[in-house]
Design a binder for this molecule. Sequence first.
Ligand code: COI
Length: 373
Amino acid sequence: MTTTLSPTASLSFGVELNPQPLPPAERGAILANPGFGKRFTDHMALATWRHGEGWSDARVTSYGPLQLDPASAVLHYAQEIFEGLKAYRHADGSVWTFRPEANAERFQRSARRLALPELATPDFVESLRALVGVDKAWVPEPGETGEKSLYLRPFMFASEGFLGVRPAQEVTYCLIASPAGAYFAGGVKPVSLWISTDYARAGSGGTGAAKCGGNYASSLAGQLEGAEHGCDQAVFLDSSTHTTIEELGGMNLFLVYKDGRLVTPELTGSILEGVTRSSVLQLASELGLRPEERRIPIQEWKDAAAAGELAEVFACGTAAVITPVGELKWEGGSVDHRGPGHVDEVAMRIRSTLLDIQYGRTEDTRGWLTRLV
Ligand code: COI
């Protein structure tokens, strides 16, 4: 057993090596064509929190099923949060991650909202270092698409077996890792969106700004409704007036106007504060765009598309990075801002700017990268 501990972390993740790691040839076959979220590395990181005691028993151990008491509160009351970030292999073999402090801080905000214990930023980053250190052979080369990575999924859930409704007194933190290619099976191509009016993803005072499983569960019915109407994704509106754009459920949304405005819904408390969203806003001005965060009526999108004022629409998130959006459909209508010969020039430029920073192909002038290995 070896241990790793960065100077500021208070948790030390001891390492129990997997006695049966996947043979290198099988791992290589997975890394050649990883898909998204299907295969996992040889190890995972775990830690336990107990009321009155705090965090303990931090370790990296073999990836495998967790033993859960059927009364575990997470299975009944959904007291759970998660994060998503990626590890990128640079040309010199080193492995880096992107703005992990932003994910750690959002994990802490999510924890407060779901009455879970906070994991300090250095301990969060230490768990990434410990797992990726052991499973570094699982971090793919960027590949032909230039965007293969190791997707890191930290999560925390109420593992206490107790059916009373109160914050759990025993909580498990777990970090798993999954080699990833493009999030959408078809690669980077425009997705069509269905306006979900029957379902809202989140409401005022609810958990919409937290990254908790419940928000994603509540987006699924809208997603299915969209699929029934031939759309790839659903766009959710605010729950009280059903008139302003919120987000896609798993991604934030941006409208690009022909006059250079880059407009995204403001953070109202029911929208997830995406790390990619925040990075796009920070990059906008150097890409010659004027960022605006405000409420966006869905009617504005329809009108601007019909009037030929809208240049592009794109969605963003850690998993899919930047994905162009094409047609917008709703009950009884549709609009498409794309004319003949349309090119998603801005979306693709932002996409490559972000990927170039993440893969070390361009200078990281903002200190967004943290070396893991
Ligand atoms: C992300 O891209 O950051 C997401 O949240 C999508 C993930 C839930 C698969």
